[in-house]
Design a protein around this ligand. Structure first.
Ligand SMILES: Cc1cc2nc3c(=O)[nH]c(=O)nc-3n(C[C@H](O)[C@H](O)[C@H](O)COP(=O)(O)O)c2cc1C
Length: 199
């Protein structure tokens, strides 16, 4: 019989996101980033297409990208307040490491619908969260405005078939997060039984 992996279950049952602004140094080192990417890269993938790719931001690269995001934000929002401009001037710099997951589906695939390929990219995001926690970090999956901006897409050299699945912010939290309110599980589950009236 397969050995029960209690620590994995424990992690899945207790994992919480931590706000990007509360993710401090240290972040993952190079070897740990490789471990994160390896975990993200082996998600279920109908048709062995690999419909995702990753862009890693650490150190100075975050500041450089933040400066470009700030310019785009100001072009989009010429009347923005100083407070909003300040916030949008240091987005990726909130955490020591940020990994953008780009959904990169093959739209011409004869069998596998785009939906399934997009789900696979979402699974890559979730694997990044879980692997980050397994390494002792915390993380948050954010889209925010820059996941849906054409100028940002151009900045990231994205192809017409591609879409940002999310930015995974990773770092060390100052304190452990509390559990949050969640939908009641039993309201989201039925056990299918053909003999029962489920209405
Ligand atoms: C695709 C996706 C995009 C998200 N984008 C945002 C976002 O832009 N801003 C935000 O505050 N939370 C966003 N979230 C929610 C957080 O990542 C996180 O799920 C939430 O804060 C608490 O979740 P937890 O159960 O992991 O603690 C997003 C979640 C998903 C799945």
């Amino acid at each position: 019989m397969t050995k029960v992996n209690q620590s994995t279950l424990q992690l899945l049952h207790t994992r919480r996101s931590v706000k990007a602004a509360d993710l401090n140094a240290p972040g993952p080192n190079s070897a740990q980033i490789e471990q994160l990417l390896a975990a993200a890269h082996r998600v279920p993938d109908h048709g062995k297409i690999g419909p995702w790719r990753f862009i890693v931001f650490t150190g100075e690269a975050r500041t450089q990208f933040d400066n470009k995001l700030k310019n785009i934000y100001q072009q989009n929002n010429p009347d923005a307040s100083e407070t909003l401009i300040a916030h949008n001037s240091r987005l990726l710099s909130r955490a020591p490491c940020v990994i953008a997951v780009i959904a990169s589906p093959n739209l011409e695939h004869p069998k596998v619908p785009q939906w399934e390929q997009t789900l696979s990219a979402g699974a890559a995001c979730q694997n990044l969260l879980i692997a980050a926690h397994a390494l002792g970090f915390s993380a948050q999956w954010l889209s925010e405005w820059y996941s849906y901006d054409k100028a940002v897409d151009t900045l990231l050299n994205m192809l017409p078939n591609e879409q940002i699945a999310g930015f995974i912010y990773i770092g060390t939290p100052s304190q452990a997060p509390q559990e949050r309110a969640r939908p009641a599980l039993d309201e989201r589950v039925i056990y299918w039984n053909n003999n029962e009236d489920l209405a």
